[in-house]
Design a protein around this ligand. Sequence first.
Ligand code: FAD
Ligand code: FES
Length: 254
Amino acid sequence: MRSGVVLANESIGGGYHHMIVNCPKIAEEIKDGQIVHIRVKDGYEPLLRRPFSVYLYDKKAGTIEFVYAIKGVGTEMMKSFKPGDEIDLLGPTGKSYTLKEGAKKIVLLGRGVGIASIISLGASAADKGIQVEAILSGKSPEKVFGGKALQSPTTTVNEVYDIDGTSDVENVMKILRRTQEEGGIDQIFVCGSKRLGQLAYDFANEHNIEGYVSLEERMACGIGVCHVCVCKTTKGYQTVCKDGPVFPLAEVYG
Ligand SMILES: Cc1cc2nc3c(=O)[nH]c(=O)nc-3n(C[C@H](O)[C@H](O)[C@H](O)COP(=O)(O)OP(=O)(O)OC[C@H]3O[C@@H](n4cnc5c(N)ncnc54)[C@H](O)[C@@H]3O)c2cc1C
Ligand code: FES
């Protein structure tokens, strides 16, 4: 268990909140795509921690950041965290995304709140000079975030929406094909939508590209003990909290 101090916790529109927490221990250990489980209140109600992707981190400053959507009792309580509040964190947990040695170009595909999982990876890749093609999908422009955090000379951000049809499979496939034609994609990373996961798998399979998906399942213990979060994979049932949340695409969709 780690203690963190809230530095900021503000609405960013679209039903999302952005929270910055000072927690040097987690910031030091965190890897892209890992999870932190937040205790939203002392006592027994609610008892279970809530799992969140670490959206961004700054190892020097000792900070980690989250973007969260208000869904139920826990996230409703998180909304009232104020700067200076001390919060109880468990993490980082789970498997991270890994950038392949020598990778020159990667694709990030994120939808809705699942975008939070892929942004720090995009930032890490850009820091290494890797070309990043990000496709950020949501119902409407307010439901898409993270574009600014990805800004870099080697990154292209494509925002696609349901309201104008640009998030359709055909259009996303078009962006993927164009990216592949402009120079081979080395890896694809996806989070936030089964439909996008399937599309990424089909594309990766067709072009022999290494791909990973981060899964979301309801969680209880968060440390691989209770098996509430199991998912079926080609390797049998695996826990999303400990064996995942990041899995090779072929293990989930193959
Ligand atoms: C690996 C992972 C990463 C996630 N990253 C983010 C993120 O970056 N931003 C974000 O907004 N949300 C994220 N979520 C979803 C987030 O955990 C749920 O929205 C949150 O737990 C809902 O809590 P609640 O009390 O408001 O909702 P309630 O519905 O009241 O929660 C009841 C119980 O169900 C669990 N639960 C409900 N929905 C989910 C869910 N979708 N996934 C897992 N457990 C759930 C809660 O933890 C709680 O134990 C992530 C989930 C997982 C598994
Ligand atoms: S939440 Fe208990 S095993 Fe994953």
